[in-house]
Design a protein around this ligand. Structure first.
Ligand SMILES: *[C@@H]1O[C@H](CO)[C@@H](O)[C@H](O)[C@H]1NC(C)=O
Ligand SMILES: *[C@@H]1O[C@H](CO)[C@@H](O)[C@H](O)[C@H]1NC(C)=O
Ligand SMILES: *[C@@H]1O[C@H](CO)[C@@H](O)[C@H](O)[C@H]1NC(C)=O
Ligand SMILES: *[C@@H]1O[C@H](CO)[C@@H](O)[C@H](O)[C@H]1NC(C)=O
Ligand SMILES: *[C@@H]1O[C@H](CO)[C@@H](O)[C@H](O)[C@H]1NC(C)=O
Ligand SMILES: *[C@@H]1O[C@H](CO)[C@@H](O)[C@H](O)[C@H]1NC(C)=O
Length: 599
């Protein structure tokens, strides 16, 4: 980060952007902003605020003329203004946040210090915001492949008060607008208004990795749609671009499938605790409007016990008790049978119903494939063996059929690493392999030529460290298990998450196949009550690694001392925007030189 003005003590505390841009320079001039700022979109200047227009905003025909002038190929099932309305709505949200967030940054300056601009005398105003897209988007489809979108942007604020946001794609403009919100503060004398004290600003920014995601498990515990939408907002503020929903698991099936209504009728935790087709559509559209592609996973053939509640004929080793752990990693046991025509026909019906509803909004469908238990297939009449050599060809046939159907619906399959690395299945070269167990898995996957997602559970699993959730059987035997370490203890705090390098140990050619990664929120001990605090701001740390890279431009690992006040500021903004996440430090540390709270 370059700073035009001499670096003042604590100046860095109030220039916090998260994730840090590739190139960022700022000054110390104060500019005020108000609701009657003019906003234009590629030259279409808006009028001052009118009563029925909360913001002095673009008229529809100005968007039309923008589209006509760019000769874009918009079309294909959506109204011709699909992108412009996404940008338009994002500008509205941005102005809402800037004008209403109310972020007085007292926690980020020493107590009794004079950190705010003077309100005496004339106040220089931001005169206009120009939002300019420099190339037409390829098509009016919100589902390009992850590495085919140019998400870069430029943001300029002149000392005279002219703001310009430029990007080649609408997704870049969404990032620019998110960055803009982080440059403004509310004055503690409310009526004094909202200001930035960082002008002039120049930012040139682009992501390091094309896939920046959160995996949200909605099957171990249930989440209302509102929690998912709020999470999409927070993801977009942190410049994530994927929400992976782990939609079903052994314990519940919260997804309504109209062709198979019994799945959710019998498999949801309770009546009403399931997502209808219109809920799923709403979630996907909401994500698309914010640059976050929602990818659905139906994990198979393991983690499928719940299907046995409505279709016992499809499941082997269904809820074996008490020795469930012979047949599954978690209770209840149960896997889809292999070599079963009934399973084939069930999956045809499922995919025919579900996938055409997902494909307008996502390029991907996740078919799972983790933790397939071999002993369960000794109880499967079509397999009758727990020998991996016997099981493997049946699994190959299973995944071939599934992926053929996924592709036929225009989607690209994603699998967990075991399908490739443990079972040695032959996968299409289009398949994305999601690793989770180790860095060696990343290396092994890219060496075989697969686009790979990282998310090593020793670094990026957000569920770890709460202690074992299983009961201990006999009397006082729990005492022997103290301190009740879970499978991935201890807790991964933001510093550990921040230290993880997705491409560590890879050659430059191998690193090119790392598409990005995901942090994971498995929900055995998390539900809407503690979700925000479990995910944020720790996921933000992974967000910065994925957007900005583990190393800075000079190749040095990014410093936690630099990150810490910026993360604290991001957390304050997220709280004001409705995310109930705890602080990463006490106020004494955020108010003072970060080195005062260092060892
Ligand atoms: C702003 O930066 C200029 C140029 O470095 C410096 O002279 C001035 O004192 C700074 N103003 C404030 C209010 O810090
Ligand atoms: C844009 O093009 C469409 C179709 O050619 C036309 O109907 C519309 O009037 C044009 N809009 C403007 C503002 O030129
Ligand atoms: C629009 O783009 C197409 C293909 O890029 C080109 O052939 C055509 O001449 C362009 N039309 C205008 C009016 O610019
Ligand atoms: C397969 O089953 C046999 C007999 O029950 C058991 O001894 C063996 O450990 C099992 N193999 C695996 C891989 O679980
Ligand atoms: C897959 O390959 C690995 C490494 O060669 C081997 O250890 C494993 O047994 C193989 N798995 C199967 C199911 O063949
Ligand atoms: C940079 O971080 C990596 C882990 O991401 C670590 O292995 C390496 O030692 C660090 N380098 C330095 C110079 O600290």
């Amino acid at each position: 980060m370059r700073i035009y003005a001499a670096l003042l003590l604590f100046a860095s505390l109030a220039s916090a952007l998260w994730p840090v841009p590739a190139d960022y320079a700022h000054g110390n001039t104060t500019l005020w902003i108000s609701r009657d700022v003019q906003v234009s979109y590629s030259g279409a200047v808006c009028r001052p605020m009118s009563p029925n227009n909360r913001y002095p905003f673009l008229h529809e025909q100005e968007f039309d003329s923008f589209q006509n002038s760019t000769n874009s190929t918009l079309g294909g099932g959506h109204s011709s203004s699909c992108y412009s309305s996404i940008v338009k709505n994002a500008v509205q949200r941005t102005l809402d946040i800037i004008c209403e967030e109310g972020f007085v940054p007292w926690k980020l300056h020493p107590r009794n210090s004079d950190f705010e601009p003077s309100t005496a005398g004339p106040k220089k105003q931001i005169s206009s915001i120009v939002v300019r897209q420099t190339s037409p988007d390829p098509a009016c489809s919100p589902r390009p492949l992850a590495n085919k979108v140019d998400e870069s942007y430029e943001l300029d604020i002149t000392a005279a008060g002219q703001v310009t946001l430029t990007a080649p794609s609408y997704r870049g403009l969404l990032h620019a607008l998110n960055t803009l919100t982080q440059l403004f503060y509310q004055h503690s004398q409310r009526e004094a208004g909202v200001y930035t004290n960082l002008a002039p600003v120049t930012i040139k920014d682009k992501p390091k990795f094309a896939w920046r995601g959160l995996n949200m498990d909605v099957a171990r515990n249930w989440y209302p749609v509102a929690d998912i939408l709020r999470t999409i907002d927070a993801l977009s503020w942190n410049k994530f671009n994927h929400l992976h929903i782990h939609m079903t698991d052994a314990q519940s099936w919260p997804l309504q499938i109209p062709a198979l209504p019994e799945l959710a009728d019998k498999g949801a935790y309770a009546k009403g605790l399931s997502y209808s087709p219109s809920d799923v559509k709403q979630i996907q559209e909401y994500g698309n409007d914010r640059g976050v592609e929602v990818v659905i996973e139906v994990d198979m053939p393991g983690h499928q016990s719940i299907v046995g509640v409505s279709h016992p004929e499809l499941i082997t080793a269904f809820n074996v008790q008490p020795n469930w752990d012979t047949y599954a990693a978690e209770p209840p046991s149960g896997q889809l049978k292999l070599n079963s025509p009934a399973v084939t026909s069930f999956l045809h019906t499922l995919f025919d119903d579900l996938l055409p509803r997902l494909s307008p909004y996502s390029a991907y469908f996740h078919t799972g494939g983790d933790e397939v238990n071999m002993n369960a297939y000794a109880l499967d009449e079509g397999v009758n063996s727990n020998d991996s050599k016997v099981i493997q060809p049946f699994l190959q046939k299973f995944i071939d059929q599934n992926h053929e159907q996924v592709r036929a619906k225009g989607l690209t399959p994603i699998v967990w690493e075991e399908m490739l690395l443990q079972w040695n299945l032959t996968l299409g070269k289009d398949v994305i392999v999601q690793t989770w167990q180790s860095d060696e898995a990343v290396k092994d996957s890219v060496k075989q030529g697969y686009q790979t997602l990282v998310g090593n559970y020793n670094f990026w699993y957000l569920d770890c460290g709460k202690g074992q959730w299983l009961n201990f059987k006999e009397g006082d035997s729990f005492k022997n298990f103290y301190p009740f370490a879970d499978y991935c203890s201890p807790t991964k705090n933001w510093r550990l998450i921040y230290s993880y390098d997705p491409i560590a140990g890879l050659t430059p050619d191998e690193a090119k196949l790392v598409l990005g990664g995901e942090v994971h929120m498995w929900s055995e001990q998390t539900d809407p009550v503690n979700f925000d605090d479990m995910v944020w701001p720790r996921a933000s740390a992974a967000g910065e690694v994925l957007w900005s890279g583990r190393q800075d431009a000079s190749g040095q690992n990014r410093s936690q001392i630099d990150a810490s006040p910026r993360l604290a500021e991001m957390r304050e903004r997220m709280v004001l925007r409705g995310i109930k996440c705890g602080p990463s430090q006490m106020v004494f540390c955020t108010q003072n030189d970060p080195t005062w709270c260092a060892l």
